[in-house]
Design a protein around this ligand. Structure first.
Ligand code: HEM
Length: 158
């Protein structure tokens, strides 16, 4: 590469940097929350209903919920889904994820099965790919608090 080309790339980079730091955006955020973009309470409640249905039919995890009260679990899952996706009018009233799943010896495979159930429910309700990716990122963020660290595969530890 010629020295002139390198110099013009450098100048362009410096100009770009200068522009980006020129006027900091002090306006209030206008972007809607994931919760609102997904369709708010009605839609998220319908998705949670299907998450429960999917878990109940999923051979990998259904036994985990055999003794659960469906209404209780759905209420808590709605609350945490809503709160984590930015709802401002819903409060999560349950245990934190570490405490809720303590001593359950949950495996990576079970975690993935639950993630699949959640994403399948979102897909059924026509939640677009980009938003499903955001849901996946939220689920992934709590993985370490749910999966038993002693049975986690080494490749996923770091
Ligand atoms: C993927 C992320 C997950 C989230 C966000 C999540 C969320 C929750 C929430 C909010 C509760 C209620 C906590 C409370 O009682 O206050 C709960 C309970 C529970 N979770 Fe999870 N969970 C996840 C993954 C899993 C996995 C992988 C399993 C095992 C297959 C599992 C099994 C259970 C069980 C058995 C309960 C107790 C239900 C009951 O009270 O009867 N969860 N979870």
């Amino acid at each position: 590469m010629q020295i002139k080309t390198i110099l013009s790339i450098l100048v362009a980079a410096v100009m770009l940097l200068a522009c980006s730091s020129e006027s900091p955006d002090t306006s209030a955020p206008t972007e809607k929350s994931l919760y609102d973009r997904m369709g708010g309470q009605k839609k998220v409640k319908a998705i949670v209903e299907d998450i429960w249905n999917n878990h109940s039919a999923n051979p990998i995890v259904k036994d985990r919920f055999a003794d659960s009260d469906p209404a209780y679990v759905k209420k808590r899952v709605f609350e945490i889904f809503a709160a984590a996706s930015g709802a401002t009018d819903v409060q999560y009233n349950g245990l934190d994820m570490k405490a809720a799943h303590k001593g359950m010896n949950i495996s990576e495979m079970e975690f993935n099965a639950v993630v699949d159930d959640v994403l399948a429910a979102c897909e059924k309700h026509k939640i677009a790919q980009q938003k499903r990716n955001e849901v996946l990122a939220i689920l992934w963020s709590v993985r370490k608090d749910i999966v038993n660290s002693h049975i986690i595969t080494e490749a996923l530890v770091n």
